[in-house]
Design a protein around this ligand. Structure first.
Ligand code: SAH
Length: 377
């Protein structure tokens, strides 16, 4: 019986070709758009017209762009507006203030973005890669490895979708943080191109204020320096998590390549070039990195390296499934904050939204992938 079965060729029901999606309008430069439209027989000014729909009205379906000649809407759609993000499901929490959306990409890969509404602002947490290769042991995404980089348009379209959602609510998307899945600086060119489209005024981009856009990194020092020279002034967040190399080698494996000092020097360069305060992310983990001496050392090192150009964001650890680690007790957290501040460095504790729907920091993860595969099947 067994060998009869094995005579059958293996039938693959699903063989998604994993890789970059087809080219999209948001992947192209101004000149490339004009050229692509020219090939469809459309004059130059149409590029601008379409951009106004996409960035100004958050519209990605040319069939609704009624100022385009009817005969060409389908052509434009087929060649420049492939569907990049297909919603699989949406989950809400915090009384509807937080929405996590699970998206399916063209090749079946699943991706999440999280929209958090606060009084007076709305922050979208986006992904820059499918999965992540940085392998930080406390982060759910880090456990599954890297699937692939996202294309520029896959990054930009997460923002467009959220902006459309906020507009439908009579409100506005004001902040974007690259704190979802992936290491943004490991997908450097696409992320920088996406950032330019997020901050450029319409019709070239969504016009979100640069100071309201945050790029968060494990600390790829050379890429931080490169970003500093881009002529942008977005907020840089560095995931430090401990001030000493010995522990950081474990918590953030990339530390084996770029040490705490390398990272802080690069952060200083970023602050000097952009005039922006650097944000230091520190997930507080009970009995791992929450000791008094680490708080003192953190404050000292940051004060020495960055002076007033730094702010510490403490994030109570969101325990991930299967991890033995937990958040620090409240008193420990308070003492840690007090000690960092005593060194002359500002320090606050991050409000963690979305916890009960696994939408909080570092929780965009593999178990969601499976759930999504079932829901989308
Ligand atoms: N790769 C980038 C961005 C992704 S994560 C980076 O590391 O900065 C965004 C932030 O969430 C990082 O500071 C990351 O260390 C943190 N984070 C990851 N897992 C977490 C967890 N379980 N609890 C709290 N913060 C976490």
């Amino acid at each position: 019986m067994g060998h009869v079965m094995s005579d059958f060729p293996k039938i693959q029901l699903l063989s998604p070709k994993r890789g970059m999606p087809p080219k999209h309008f948001a992947d192209l430069s101004e000149e490339e758009r004009i050229e692509a439209l020219g090939e469809l027989g459309l004059p130059k000014f149409r590029a601008d017209q379409i951009a106004r729909h996409y960035y100004g009205r958050f519209e990605a379906d040319p069939s609704t762009m009624t100022d385009l000649p009817a005969a060409q809407r389908e052509l434009v759609k087929d060649s420049l507006f492939p569907r990049l993000l297909t919603p699989v499901r949406k989950v809400e929490t915090d009384n509807g203030d937080t929405t996590k959306t699970l998206w399916r990409l063209h090749d079946g890969i699943l991706l999440e973005s999280v929209l958090m509404r606060y009084p007076g602002r709305a922050t979208l947490c986006i992904s820059s890669q499918a999965g992540c290769g940085m392998a930080c042991p406390f982060c759910a995404t880090g456990q599954g490895g890297l699937d692939r980089n996202l294309s520029t348009a896959e990054i930009v379209d997460q923002v467009r979708e959220a902006a459309a959602m906020m507009e439908a609510e009579g409100s506005r998307l004001t902040n974007v943080v690259f704190m979802g899945m992936g290491e943004p600086l490991a997908n450097y060119n696409r992320v920088v191109s996406a950032v330019r489209q997020i901050v450029s005024p319409a019709p070239h981009g969504f016009g979100i204020s640069q100071r309201n856009v945050t790029v968060s990194t494990v600390g790829l020092a050379p890429a931080i320096r490169k970003l500093a020279d881009e002529g942008l002034s977005v907020t840089l967040a560095v995931s430090l998590h401990t001030p000493d190399d010995e522990l950081r080698d474990e918590l953030v494996p990339m530390n084996n390549r770029f040490t705490v000092q390398d990272v802080l020097d690069a952060a200083r360069y970023y602050a000097d070039q952009t005039g922006r305060r650097v944000s230091i992310e520190y997930a507080l983990i009970r009995d791992i990195n929450d000791h008094d001496f680490r708080a003192d050392m953190l404050g000292q090192k940051l004060h020495d390296a960055l002076g007033p150009l730094v702010h510490v964001n403490l994030i109570p650890l969101n325990p991930t499934p299967g991890s033995k680690w937990d958040a620090s007790p409240r008193e420990r957290q308070d003492e840690f904050v007090r000690r960092v501040i005593a060194q002359g460095v500002t320090c606050t504790v991050r409000d963690t939204k979305g916890q009960e729907i696994a939408a909080a920091c570092g929780q965009l993860a593999a178990d969601e992938k499976q759930a999504g595969e079932k829901a989308g099947a």
